[in-house]
Design a protein around this ligand. Structure first.
Ligand code: SF4
Length: 370
């Protein structure tokens, strides 16, 4: 489907009852890919209150991680289209709440490639000017949704964006993904690194397959992500691990961190970027039942800790990052934040309240030896 567009067509040449949406594709397992026209593609630091520019080719993500904070954006896109009269109530119901399925995971909005490139043409001069004035600007691709999620294999919006950025120079570009599909673009990323400071953040929270299956319903397995990381590094691309989110009491134990850092070192990771869990209201609904079912002894603490905040407490965040840093150092891996990398800096904005004192790992109290 296509949102907010006057033309009416279907990816399969089928009219949809007078709707203004275009179905690009529909899979047997129920996922629909919907074309999304755009006027602007890069979010400015002023609009997001982050200290980087950000770009997300897709809204929604089939990987379906239970802790994903981008769910709200999907709902916003659908509701805004309905409120503006661009889609019917029936379409809104389909895009916003298909029965039994999470729309964020099964209704994927694809930003129209040509419109994205046109928008880039309008947005980039501003970033160029800012670079001239203030120094290298940071652009994060995949700050909200995975730019190499399954849709990218077919629609290649991320690839088109990277190719366009080859025409620029002097930016700091970060790409965040869980998907081995990123290796498809190694040559492109290496070319880009001749003109910009480029880093690829492979996202992995744990080597524990059970944890991955519980919290990241359809994401690639750890070994596939680490293999991709190794391929990137050997291909001449700066790549490392972003450990986001760290799940208190679940993935912050010394044993878990050791296993992850060992695997990262073996894959050739150039850095790690640990980021504690944020629990926004939309995420709680999806995430907390999993904790309740599989980690019942932690459930009450999670509910209490995130009752009045969505950020991890500052003290816990600082302590757990210290723990990661110490273990990483032992494995010869540098903390990305030490190089002042934008993705790490921004996503590390955590926590004001001190609610995690006394978590099972005792990280916040500094009792862990690592
Ligand atoms: S891979 Fe990233 S964008 Fe996709 S569901 Fe997981 S956290 Fe969200």
């Amino acid at each position: 489907m296509r949102l907010g567009e006057v033309r009416v067509r279907s990816g399969r040449g089928k009219m949809e009852g007078g709707s203004v949406t275009i179905v690009l594709d529909e899979r047997r397992r129920g996922t629909k890919f919907v074309e999304l026209p755009v006027k602007s593609i890069i979010n400015s630091p002023e609009s997001t209150r982050m200290d980087f520019w950000s770009l997300n080719p897709y809204v929604g993500c089939e990987f379906g991680c239970s802790y994903c904070y981008a769910r709200y954006a999907h709902r916003y896109v659908v509701e805004r289209a309905r409120d503006n009269g661009r889609i019917t109530e029936r379409e809104c119901a389909d895009l916003g709440s298909p029965s039994g399925l999470e729309p964020f995971e099964h209704r994927i909005f694809i930003k129209e490639r040509e419109a994205v490139l046109a928008a880039l043409g309008r947005d980039l001069p501003r970033i160029r000017r800012r670079t001239m004035r203030d120094g290298p600007q940071s652009i994060i691709i995949g700050s909200a949704t995975d730019p190499y999620q399954p849709a990218e294999r077919q629609y290649q919006v991320t690839r088109a964006v990277l190719a366009r950025l080859r025409g620029e120079r002097g930016f700091r570009i970060g790409v965040i993904t869980k998907s081995p599909l990123v290796t498809r673009d190694i040559t492109l990323l290496r070319d880009l690194a001749r003109r910009h400071w480029v880093s690829v953040y492979i996202s992995l929270v744990s080597m524990d397959i059970r944890v991955i299956k519980l919290f990241e319903a359809r994401s690639p397995m750890p070994h596939a992500r680490l293999r991709a990381l190794g391929q990137l590094v050997r291909g001449g691309v700066r790549a490392g691990l972003i450990v986001a989110p760290i799940l208190p009491g679940i993935t912050d134990t010394l044993q878990q961190i050791e296993a992850l850092m060992r695997a990262a070192r073996d894959a050739g990771a150039k850095f790690i970027a640990p980021i504690p869990l944020r629990l926004y209201p939309d995420v709680r609904r999806r995430f907390l039942p999993i904790v309740e079912q599989h980690f019942p002894r932690l459930a009450r603490r999670y509910r209490a800790a995130y009752d009045r905040t969505w950020d991890a407490p500052e003290k816990y965040a600082a302590a757990v990052k210290r723990r990661f840093r110490r273990v990483a150092e032992r494995y010869g891996i540098q903390d990305d934040a030490e190089q002042e990398q934008p993705a790490t800096r921004a996503m590390n904005r955590a926590a004001q309240l001190n609610m995690f004192d006394g978590w099972p790992g005792n990280v916040a109290r500094g009792k862990a030896r690592c």
